[in-house]
Design a protein around this ligand. Sequence first.
Ligand code: KG4
Ligand code: ZN
Length: 337
Amino acid sequence: MTESCVVLAIETSCDETSAAVVENGRYVLSNIIASQVDLHKKFGGVVPEIASRKHLEMVIPVIHEALEASGAALSNIDVLAVTKGPGLVGALLVGVSAVKAIAFARKLPLIGVNHIEGHIYANFLEHRELNPPFVCLIVSGGHTQLVYMKDHGCYEIMGQTRDDAAGEAFDKAARALNLGYPGGPVIDKLAREGDPNKIEFPRAYLEEGSLDFSFSGVKTALLNYINSKKQKNQEIVVEDVAAGYQEAIVDVLVDKTFQAVKYKKVNVLTLAGGVAANSRLRQKLVERGEEEGVKILYPGIHLCTDNAAMIASAAFYRYKKGDIADLTLNAHARLSL
Ligand code: KG4
Ligand code: ZN
């Protein structure tokens, strides 16, 4: 490997077509994200078939834009990378096929990256001094996991959701309250104007010592609350509902995360995934971190949600280990770390 290693990565696992150029796993030269969120908004969630078609339309222009913005030409790229799963299989296939075609034409090494691993690596882009071991709380629209990252490519899943992901819980609540999609950012914003203690929502801690999560109960409690208010013709103070609901989710996330940190005796906690953008979650984790001497690191908001730069960072470390794919690389809807 030459001293500098430039990775071009593509991410198409859900509703963002993204391409990025990253140097040595840490330096983002470009990170282009074409969001389809407006297309899916009217359906209240991502429609897989529409997502695949839009990725097809966008993938080549986005790659061109990423190269142009980075100042690099395709001839300057050392390694290609792509998200291979988990995600929507039709959406993933667009990125996988595009990158395989370039790898074949340019005879470049190809790395298949797990999307969740990518989310963890967003932290390496933001915090260049960061190295494992640490605990990472991954909270996105599709996943909620507590992971111990022992070394590059070496993970232990300490806990995960048994039903809805945290982001899904936010999105479903927003839909029930007619707040649109995606729900997380709207609930976060409304909650700042509300009282988190006005309406008490349930917190599912599960069995003693368990680091698993369950968010279906809090969601059902919200639906029941809305229905009962409607039946009684009473006003719903959406700010208070948002604040109370968010607080219930955040409290459980914070408690279990610090339990995981304690088990592993680490003093660094990282956050990853779209819900890591939640301001209340960040605030409560940072406060608790100060009390317990744990450093809380998280990526900037643009690196929390789906993007290709995080995929490029993870790919760099996989490449260093020689974990190179061939042209049989495929997309996998389900894929664990
Ligand atoms: O990581 P991501 O972009 O896509 C997945 O891989 O799922 O995460 C998207 C999720 C959505 O559920 C969205 O509602 C949530 O992240 N989200 C938030 C916030 N910003 C995005 N949830 C809570 N608070 C936020 N500020
Ligand atoms: Zn994601």
